[in-house]
Design a protein around this ligand. Structure first.
Ligand code: GAP
Length: 449
């Protein structure tokens, strides 16, 4: 199996495939696009929804102590004062004084920072602070009292609902609250396709623990999160941990580790696991005047819980999954097939269904079989072109299974089931296709791993 390279050409191929096959389009494409915003097309939205569902099942369904939440994007402005975002959620911005190109100061090399020169070697402006939150106004009058922010992280919606959840659900510490949703940051530099955008989605889980157990749960969640990436079929050699040094820690964190992925443009952050201590609940208690302590009625102990946070980007995960899956594989003399080796659970389409030819009732038979599979899987019916080309079209969008209906199907009720990764083909009775696909999905291991 060929390894994906750290290579800008791979990134270009992924962006081009995404547009060509309907995964991801530039936002407002007919107007020339909007930098840093992207639209998810028919296949992209399926992929994103499946990644979200995979995470949701992992974090809520498989953990009876974790419950879900869906908080509003706009929140009371005091939330962002309490959280520290109004004061601290800044990047240092510098500008190339010749080209006017803007850079994040922390993204420049140590040498460039020391010499105060841009990557082009031109003098830089003095660094200035730039708050990343988008501001808007609620109601018809633009005055400071009506200022609201588009949330820059989903986490705060969870903290301000801590009391509501404790009072209405049967949760006891340790427990978690999970949420998936949009977040917005006025990023100085957006690049690398959907990696860093101004509008993106996060999948966050906040785990409330006794202060004396924070380190135990921090280690637990680090292990869980790495295991999750293995489960979703990501190559372990393309994942690593990066610890935040004391000067890199966010204002709320006692300890933080990033899961980094080897993207085609190099190692970059995918997810953060943070020990946020009692910072958030204490600050919201202070700013709201509400009691946000937790009463352990078994020990009669009252305390402010510590929070262990797992914070992954959903849209960034989609890019990671595309990059990890993308392969140009040599098959035979001078032939190359483009294949997306998605885990079958996240592939936008699970089964392609084809009649070998359109005539002799094979189309009708194939349609019937495809309809029968719809209740269980996302299917795609295709009767156009040579069968080999139809397989290749499905390989390129990552469909893990294809079935072909031919003359033998009419005679003995069997179909050809073809596996994307190995290209192996087996004969299976129609009635066993569903079970076979479920079995193969359960046992799925990516080739070469
Ligand atoms: N609540 C903690 C928090 O938001 P973060 O490290 O700032 O922590 C968590 O963000 C994750 O959200 C990142 O690891 C990344 O996957 C995603 N993310 C952050 N900013 C992003 C952006 N501008 N575009 C896409 N994803 C982003």
């Amino acid at each position: 199996m060929s390894e994906p390279r750290v290579d800008p050409k791979v990134m270009e191929s992924i962006v081009s495939l995404c547009k060509r096959r309907g995964f991801i389009f530039p936002s407002s494409d007919i107007y020339g696009g909007l930098s840093s915003a992207w639209d998810y097309g028919p296949l992209g939205v399926e992929l994103k929804n499946r990644v979200e569902r995979f995470w949701w099942r992992e974090m809520t369904q498989l953990h009876d102590e974790i419950v879900g939440l869906d908080a509003a994007i706009m929140m009371h402005p005091r939330v962002w004062e309490a959280s520290g975002h109004v004061e601290n959620f800044d990047d240092l911005l510098v500008e190339d004084t010749v080209t006017n190109e803007r850079f994040r100061f922390d993204h420049l090399s140590a040498e460039q920072r020391e010499k105060m020169v841009s990557p082009a070697g031109n003098p830089l402006s003095a660094p200035r602070k730039f708050n990343l939150m988008f501001k808007t106004h609620l109601g018809p009058v633009e005055e400071s009292a009506s200022t609201v922010y588009l949330r820059p992280e989903t986490a705060q919606g969870i903290y301000v609902n801590f009391k509501n959840v404790v009072q209405t659900s049967r949760v006891r510490i340790p427990f978690g609250i999970a949420q998936v949703g949009k977040a917005f940051r006025n990023e100085i530099v957006t690049k690398n396709f959907i990696f860093r955008t101004c509008e993106f989605e996060q999948m966050e889980m906040q785990y409330f623990v006794h202060p004396s157990e924070d380190e135990k749960w921090f280690d637990f969640w680090r292990a869980e999160r790495m295991a999750y990436y293995d489960k979703i079929g990501i190559r372990p050699t393309h994942l690593r941990w990066k610890e935040h040094g004391p000067d890199e820690l966010a204002h709320y964190a006692k300890a933080a580790f990033d899961v980094e992925y080897l993207f085609p443009f190099g190692w970059s952050e995918l997810e953060g696991v943070h020990n946020r201590t009692d910072f958030d609940l204490s600050r919201h208690a202070e700013y709201s005047g509400k009691d946000l302590t937790y009463l352990d009625d078994q020990n009669n102990e009252r305390y402010v819980p510590y929070i262990i946070e797992t914070s992954a980007g959903l849209t960034r995960s989609v890019l990671m999954i595309l990059a990890d899956a993308y392969e140009e594989e040599a098959v035979g003399e001078g032939d190359v097939r483009t294949v997306l080796r998605f885990h079958p659970e996240v592939a936008p389409i699970t089964v392609g269904v084809f009649p070998l030819v359109k005539k002799d009732g094979l189309s009708e038979l194939a349609r019937d079989i495809e309809r029968g599979l719809r209740e269980s899987f996302t299917t795609f019916y295709d009767q156009g072109g040579a069968i080999g080309r139809r397989y290749r079209r499905q390989d390129e969008i990552g469909t893990p299974y294809c079935i072909t209906i031919d003359y033998e199907t009419k005679e003995n009720g069997t179909v050809t089931l073809r596996f994307r990764d190995s290209m192996e083909q087996i004969r299976v009775p129609v009635g066993e296709v569903e079970a076979k696909i479920r079995e193969a999905t359960k046992a799925y291991r990516r080739v070469g791993l």
